[in-house]
Design a protein around this ligand. Structure first.
Ligand SMILES: Nc1ncnc2c1ncn2[C@@H]1O[C@H](COP(=O)(O)OP(=O)(O)OP(=O)(O)O)[C@@H](O)[C@H]1O
Length: 236
């Protein structure tokens, strides 16, 4: 795997670093320049809120950080590894093993129970059913969902579904956790409850977390908040 020599020596690398990210989209006869050299560093165990108006590029930044898209220019480092140099197969392996995603809508598999949904990414990784089930039960208990493991998503409340989605995202103990409006569909009390459970998990696991939200109360409870302005990351 490609290790960038500039990162392998000297200062401890950030868990996630975006460097000079440029991304544009063609819209008919004009070009939308969404990211124009964005830089961002997140340390292990750090929780960073991304708060910016609709259409400024939050999802685009998360997709690039999560190796779902390649930028037009710039580099994404996970620790010392420059992911820009990697093949699509290597990027997929990193995405599966080292990065967790949570979206506004839970995207749980409807025909499987909460426990099975949390087992799924572990079994795709090659862990045994027993190991995956034990880890799922541990995460369900951590998210205070111990009684809900055998329920299907349709039998859970919105807040419970999102807590299962968080548990699934961290099932493989990722180094990076990316959340795109995970509480956007929840009432404020439930959003706070989901956030509290997530935040305890982040603190306990040391995962580097980037959390896009419009909820300023939640943003204020994270280590720091950033925004996107004119295609660049700025402190909020
Ligand atoms: N694949 C694409 N093709 C063309 N335009 C795109 C594509 N992806 C995003 N865009 C455009 O880029 C801009 C930024 O989109 P993005 O989804 O990143 O914004 P956002 O800040 O996450 O917005 P929201 O808060 O509404 O989810 C929007 O104008 C969007 O229409």
């Amino acid at each position: 795997m490609a290790v960038d020599p500039r990162r392998a020596s000297g200062l401890q690398p950030a868990a996630l670093e975006l460097s000079g990210i440029v991304r544009s989209f063609d819209e008919g006869d004009r070009q939308l320049d969404i990211l124009k050299g964005a830089n961002l560093r997140i340390q292990a165990g750090e929780m960073v809120a991304l708060v910016a108006p609709s259409g400024t590029g939050k999802s685009t930044l998360l997709h690039i950080a999560g190796l779902l898209e390649r930028p037009d220019e710039g580099d994404v480092f996970l620790g010392p590894v420059n992911c820009s140099d990697l093949s699509d197969d290597d990027r997929t392996a990193i995405r599966r093993n080292d990065i967790g995603f949570v979206y506004q809508f839970h995207h749980l598999l409807p025909e499987f129970t909460a426990q099975e949904n949390i087992m799924m990414p572990q079994m795709i990784r090659g862990l045994s059913k027993k190991v995956a089930a034990d880890r799922a039960d541990e995460l369900l208990a951590y998210m205070r969902l111990g009684e809900r493991g055998k329920h299907r998503p349709s039998e859970l409340s919105g807040g419970e579904q999102q807590r299962v989605a968080v548990a699934r995202a961290v099932a493989n103990a990722p180094r990076i956790l990316l959340l795109d409006e995970p509480t956007g569909n929840l009432d404020p009390v439930t959003a706070t409850y989901v956030f509290d459970a997530l935040s305890a998990l982040v603190r306990a696991s040391g995962v580097a977390t980037l959390f896009a939200t419009h909820n300023l109360d939640l943003a204020g409870r994270m280590d720091r908040a950033i925004t996107l302005q004119d295609g660049l990351v700025k402190d909020l």
